[in-house]
Design a protein. Structure first.
Length: 255
């Protein structure tokens, strides 16, 4: 990591305590937001790999030391981006879910909300995807660093199920939020490589697969399919989202 002598960042907690009468963010949060916005712009203009922390600091008008104070590396900046998109997605999805009871419609609303939220960032998403695809990268959606974001989206899918009129096998209900998160990850992969205007192909993919997912889940509650559901449940636990893996991937303070 680059280090610049004589540069010392202020304590963000001190700045955040100083909010104006309108309740607007303090200087620390404004600086953090400025650095993130600048980084995202440079990633789009120059590419992720060619953008350095020094360039981000220079364009933001802050010292390199201060940039590292708020974001320890470029990977931390991408996590800041992940977090921003996640919060915007959850807020949009919860708004779209109001008054909707049908499970298929609720699932469609959440997946479409993600596409609507992520679309402005589509042009440079592929630039850092190869880093995120590395299972040892902190940018991987399966990494310990990504666990808080993964947990929030999984909880959103749990809300999709809880707020619906759908009744399913209890064993599947426990796993369903994580399975729906994995389904979203598949859609994200499809979206990254989609070059159609407004990601039309991905939107069509979501529109066609959501009713299929809904039908499969609905059928799972019938007794004739119960043995198949149990077999699928064991397969999923053993190979896709093992309980041990889920626990091991969590940060120590989240277990």
């Amino acid at each position: 990591m680059e280090h610049v002598a004589g540069t010392e960042a202020a304590n963000p907690a001190d700045d955040d305590a100083k909010r104006d009468r309108g309740g607007r963010p303090g200087k620390s949060e404004q600086t953090r937001s400025l650095i993130l916005e600048t980084a995202l712009r440079l990633f789009r203009e120059r590419g992720y790999d060619k953008t350095t922390m020094r360039a981000i600091a220079q364009e933001s008008g802050v010292s390199v030391g201060n940039a590292y104070y708020y974001f320890g590396s470029k990977e931390h900046l991408i996590h800041g981006f992940y977090d921003r998109v996640t919060q915007e997605h959850i807020a949009r999805a919860r708004q779209d879910l109001r008054g909707v009871r049908d499970f298929g419609d609720r699932l469609q609303a959440v997946l479409t909300a993600w596409l609507d939220t992520a679309e402005p960032y589509h042009t440079f998403a592929v630039q850092f995807f190869r880093n995120a695809a590395d299972p040892e990268s902190p940018l991987s959606p399966f990494s310990a660093e990504s666990y808080p974001i993964r947990e929030q989206v999984t909880e959103l899918f749990a809300d999709v199920l809880r707020g619906s009129s759908l009744r399913i096998d209890d064993e599947l209900a426990e796993l369903l939020p994580e399975l729906l998160w994995l389904h979203l990850m598949g859609i994200v992969l499809f979206w990254v490589y989609d070059r159609t205007p407004d990601s039309a192909k991905t939107r069509a993919f979501v529109a066609r697969t959501t009713p299929m997912v809904n039908r499969v889940i609905t059928l799972s509650r019938y007794k004739v399919f119960r043995p198949l559901v149990r077999d699928a449940e064991r397969l999923i636990r053993d190979y896709i989202v093992p309980e041990g893996l889920a626990a091991a991937d969590r940060p120590a303070d989240a277990r």
